[in-house]
Design a protein around this ligand. Structure first.
Ligand SMILES: Cc1ncc(CO)c(N)n1
Length: 222
C-alpha cells in the first residue's frame, strides 16, 4: 500500500468531514444558499492565488525536468482554468476582477494558505506535496461523488463547479500528485513520515474549516 492510501484509511473519519459537510452536500443537491456560494467563491479565489504559488515552489524544488514541467502545468491550469471558473462566477455575481483581487482574506483563508506556504518554503519537496495533496485529492473526490447525484452536473448554477472538479483533466492532475507523493515517501525514515502525516492531517482539517467558514460567511470579528 502506498503512503497516500495508508493516510487515507487512517484519517477516514477526519477526511469524510469534507464530503459530508453541509456546504458540499447542499451544493451537490442544488439547495445551497447563493450568498454562501458567493462568499466561498471570493475567498476561494484569494486562496487559489496563494495555492498556485505552491506549484511554482514545486518547480523550484523539483528534482527532475519532468517533475518541473508538471508543476509548471499545474500552475498554468490553476491560474488559467480553475481560476477562470471563479472569474466567470464573479462576472455572474457582478463582481469585477479588481473587487475580487482586492477582497479581504478571512482568518481561515489566511491561516490555511500561510500554513501551506510555510510548509512548502521551509520543508522538502515531500512536505510541499503533503500540504497540497488534500486540496487536490478531496476536491477530486467531492467532484466525483457530487457528479453521481442526479442533476448535479447539469444544475444551472452549481453544475459548472461540479463538472470542473469531476473532470478527467482535474483527475489526471490529482492522480499525478498522488503518485509523486507515494514515490517521495518511499524509503523515508519514520520521523519524516510522521512529519508528512502531520502536514497532510492539518491541511485535511483546514479543508473542513474552509467549508465551515464559507457556510457561516465568517470574516474577522471586527
Ligand atoms: C480550499 C480549496 N481547496 C482545494 C481546492 C482545489 O484546487 C480549492 N479550489 N479550494
Amino acid at each position: 500500500m502506498g503512503f497516500s492510501a495508508h493516510l487515507y484509511e487512517k484519517l477516514q473519519p477526519i477526511w469524510r468531514k469534507n464530503i459530508t459537510h453541509p456546504f458540499v452536500q447542499e451544493l451537490g443537491h442544488g439547495t445551497l444558499d447563493v450568498e454562501k456560494f458567493r462568499f466561498y467563491m471570493i475567498q476561494d479565489y484569494l486562496y487559489l492565488i496563494d495555492y498556485a504559488k505552491l506549484f511554482a515552489l514545486g518547480a523550484i524544488k523539483a528534482d527532475s525536468v519532468e517533475t518541473m514541467g508538471k508543476f509548471a502545468a499545474l500552475l498554468d491550469s490553476t491560474m488559467n482554468e480553475e481560476m477562470a471558473l471563479h472569474r466567470a462566477y464573479a462576472a455572474r455575481f457582478g463582481i469585477s476582477l479588481e473587487e475580487l483581487e482586492q477582497a479581504e482574506r478571512s482568518p481561515i483563508t489566511l491561516a490555511y494558505t500561510h500554513y501551506m506556504l510555510h510548509a512548502a518554503q521551509n520543508g522538502s519537496l515531500a512536505d510541499l506535496v503533503a500540504a497540497l495533496l488534500p486540496c487536490m485529492w478531496s476536491y477530486w473526490e467531492i467532484g466525483k461523488e457530487l457528479s453521481q447525484i442526479p442533476g448535479a452536473s447539469e444544475h444551472a448554477y452549481y453544475g459548472e463547479w461540479v463538472r470542473m472538479y469531476s473532470s478527467e483533466e482535474f483527475g489526471d492532475l490529482a492522480r499525478w500528485c498522488l503518485d509523486l507523493f507515494d514515490q517521495l515517501a518511499e524509503g523515508k525514515q519514520q520521523a519524516e513520515l510522521d512529519k508528512l502525516e502531520t502536514i497532510f492531517l492539518n491541511t485535511t482539517r483546514y479543508e473542513t474549516m474552509f467549508w465551515e467558514m464559507a457556510y457561516r460567511k465568517e470574516l474577522w470579528p471586527a
